[in-house]
Design a protein around this ligand. Structure first.
Ligand code: GNR
Ligand code: NI
Length: 173
């Protein structure tokens, strides 16, 4: 297994639309293992393939990461939203591709999704709580959308300016 570099915004690669996976085979499972390992190391509770530069509809989530409990990985391949609750609620979000910034984002509380799991078996689930928030955040990545795209233009431009400055400082360090 390998830990892959995570792409930091602003970067055009994060805007690329991810394509469906044709078949969940061993190569895709190896990629999912690497994405999961990268997420654990970061550390984060979710990661989309596009954040490591692979434009495939693959998401891994483990809400137990950073908590003092056993690993509980979830894999979502080709996820589709079948239903969202009308009720929304603000939740504090962060993103490994937008380091050191956090803000409240309004999203539907519950979602029903279908997807393929690690074995390539079709699943359908209703999600709520942090898993719902996190999956919606990850499914945005598959469409080239970052959580800061849900903020005001002003907030977003301030964050992107700071990220550009941080990247410049890193280059000259
Ligand atoms: O690690 C992460 N934490 C998080 C917290 C609230 C809402 C979403 C997330 S996902 C984020 C990792 C990440 O960037 N996934 O794309
Ligand atoms: Ni993210």
């Amino acid at each position: 297994m390998a830990i892959l570099p995570i792409i930091i915004a602003p970067d055009r690669r994060l805007k690329v639309i991810s394509q469906p996976v044709a078949q969940v085979d061993d190569e895709i499972r190896r990629l999912m293992d690497d994405i999961l390992e990268t997420m654990y190391a970061a550390p984060g509770i979710g990661l989309a393939a596009i954040q490591v530069g692979v434009a495939k509809q693959i998401i891994v989530i483990d809400l137990a990461n950073g908590e003092d409990r056993e690993r509980d990985p979830h894999y979502f391949v080709n996820p589709k939203t079948l239903w969202t609750s009308e009720e929304t609620a603000p939740q504090r979000e962060g993103c490994l591709s937008v380091p050191d910034f956090y803000d409240e984002i309004d999203r539907p509380i519950k979602v029903v999704v279908d997807y393929l799991d690690y074995d390539g078996t079709k699943q359908e689930r209703e999600l709520d709580g942090t898993l719902s928030t996190c999956l919606q955040h990850e499914m945005d990545h598959l469409k080239g959308i970052l959580f800061i795209d849900h903020l005001s233009r002003l907030k977003r431009s301030i964050i992107l300016k700071k990220l550009r400055k941080a990247q410049k400082l890193k280059q000259t360090a």
